[in-house]
Every structure is written in C-alpha cells, then in structure tokens.
Design a protein around this ligand. Structure first.
Ligand SMILES: *[C@@H]1O[C@H](CO)[C@@H](O)[C@H](O)[C@H]1NC(C)=O
Ligand SMILES: CC(=O)N[C@H]1CO[C@H](CO)[C@@H](O)[C@@H]1O
Length: 307
C-alpha cells in the first residue's frame, strides 16, 4: 500500500519538525511552550492539510458526505460508507476510524478502502475540529465534544445504530477511542487500539527529554490510563503494538492492556488480545500480519449485537 507509506512519512515529518521546534522553544521560554503545545499535539495545518482533503471518490468508493454538528456549534466533516443491508454477505459491523494527530482524513482513505472494500465493513471516518474541512480549533475538550457528537450521530442513524460499532484508533486516535469506549460502552461492540499512550504528560519525557521537568505544564492530558479502567469487560479489545515505537514507549500499550478488564461474554470467553509487531510508531500499520490480525479480531471476536 504505497499511499499508506506516504501517510506514514508525513507523520514522521511532523514529529521530527516537532522535535526541532521544541528544542528551540525550550531555551526561549516555558510560557511559549504553554502556548504552543496545542500546535505540537495537533499539527493540523501542516502540509496544506486544512485545504486539500481527498474524498473516497478518489478510490472509486461510493460514500455519503456527512456534516456532524457538535453541541457547541462546530461542523465536522465526515465520510460514511455503508454496505447494502440486504446483501447476503452483509457483515452488520461498522468501523469508526479515529485518526492520528497529523494530516487529515483524506490521507487515511487507502485504509478505509481496505476495510470497506476488502473486509466489507461499513466505515465512518470524520475530521476532528480544526482538522481537514471541519470548523474550529483542536483541543482535548473540543475533540471529546466531537466524539460525543459522533456517537449521537451513530445513535440517530438507523443502519449504524443497529450495527456492531468498533472504534479503531491509532496514536491520538487511540485516546479518542478509549474515551468513547469508556463512556459509550453500550453503543460499541469492540475496540481496536494501535500505538497509543497512557497520557500526553507521560509521553513528553520520552519524545522531548529536555521537557521532562515541565511536563506538568501540559494542558492537553488525554488520561487514557484512567479512562481505560472504565471500559466494560463486555467489550473485546485488540492491542496492536509496535515493539520499536520511538514516539510512544511500547510500555504504555502494555500498561493499557494490563489495566483493561478481561472481557467475558456468556457464550464464550472473549478476551483482550495483545499483538506485537517488530515495527515503529508509524509503520506498525504496514507490518506483516497486521491486517490479518486486525481482520480476524473484527470477524471472530466481535460478536454481532443481538446474536
Ligand atoms: C444487525 O444487527 C441488529 C442487532 O442485532 C439486528 O437488529 C439487525 O437486524 C441486523 N441487521 C442485519 C441486516 O443483519
Ligand atoms: C522514525 C522512523 O522510523 N520513521 C519512518 C516512518 O515510516 C516511513 C515510511 O515507512 C519511514 O521512511 C521512516 O523512516
């Protein structure tokens, strides 16, 4: 998947420029860091990502362009890809794709194509506020309101609300996925996490060692370490970890995995699953076996609701 590596190169570029930026900022002033941290955590404007957003049409996919309104008036750009319910091969499952912090949803479409076309799942993907063509500016509080609005949208959509919804989040998207799983457990049927972190303050010392003493200055926290405890044991969870992740220490994933309750279902034991790949933060998604593992989980471990 060539386009996936383009996407990965982008996130690498973003992180390296972040490191340079921070080294210069730290000698200047902490106040600047305080102000700039949102730009570092949510680099949504780099590489023209606010202007040009590819649509699924580029990949010959039929889709619906949806605008989801948040309770504070932001308009979120989303793409909805549904399969025909009467199709005998209909899976009755929907993947809710939660993007990482760099780029925009257009860059994730090769993955959407794979999930929708090859695996036959419905897909809902949206831009966080301040990303792509969504209005607003990103913040933790804002992205959580966005997630609330998206879950309301799913409830209001006849086909989506009757399907088994599986949030799938990479990196920052993993934090959003955990937020959703913790609060909307009754609306989801599985959870897929990749290279996500315990919290932003706990990643800072690793990515920017020079800033360790001031990581308490982070206003963007994303406390997944606490939120993961609220995830219902009924929800099967898949943890996809790059053992050579240079951004988020793989121990973060391990602690999340150890903390989440073991899922038990009345018919069979649907456990949390750990899979490790010899890969780094940005190329885990193209590691050998990644998509086989992913698909097997979605197919076999996520029990369709009502069945
Ligand atoms: C999908 O699952 C829901 C809940 O179990 C069920 O009500 C609905 O009929 C299913 N739809 C199809 C097309 O299988
Ligand atoms: C740090 C690192 O390994 N970055 C890699 C991210 O992925 C791209 C494409 O696979 C590589 O070119 C980078 O080296």
């Amino acid at each position: 998947m060539l386009s996936v590596s383009t996407l990965l190169n982008l996130s690498h570029y973003v992180l390296s420029s972040g490191i340079l930026l921070v080294s210069s900022i730290s000698v200047l002033s902490l106040a600047a860091l305080y102000v700039f941290q949102r730009k570092l955590v949510y680099p949504s404007t780099l590489n023209n990502a606010r202007k040009v957003v590819d649509t699924p049409a580029k990949y010959q996919l039929a889709y619906e362009a949806v605008t989801i309104e948040t309770d504070d008036g932001e308009q979120l750009q989303a793409f909805l890809l549904l399969h025909e319910r009467k199709d005998p091969a209909y899976t009755n499952k929907t993947i809710l794709v939660l993007s990482p912090n760099a780029g925009n949803i257009g860059l994730f479409l090769p993955v959407v194509h794979h999930i929708y076309e090859n695996m036959r799942y419905n897909v809902l993907i949206y831009s966080y506020r301040g990303y792509g063509h969504s209005t607003g500016t990103p913040s933790e509080d804002g992205l959580k309101r966005d997630a609330d609005a998206v879950m309301r949208y799913i409830t209001s959509n006849n086909q989506l609300s009757q399907s088994s919804v599986i949030p799938y989040g990479r990196s920052l998207g993993g934090a959003v996925a955990i937020y959703i799983a913790a609060r909307y457990g009754h609306q989801i049927a599985g959870l897929i996490l990749e290279n996500t972190f315990l919290s932003i303050p706990k990643v800072v010392p690793h990515v920017f060692p020079v800033l360790s003493p001031v990581s308490w200055l982070c206003t963007e926290v994303w406390n997944s370490e606490e939120d993961i405890k609220l995830v219902s044991p009924q929800i099967p969870c898949l943890f996809l970890s790059g053992s050579e992740d240079e951004i988020v220490p793989p121990e973060h994933m391990k602690v999340l995995y150890d903390t989440v309750s073991d899922s038990i279902d009345s018919q069979r034991s649907v456990v949390k699953i750990w899979r490790e790949f010899k890969a780094n933060h940005n190329n885990t998604i193209v590691a050998p076996g990644y998509w086989d593992t992913w698909e097997q989980f979605a197919r076999e471990m996520v029990v369709p609701i009502g069945k």
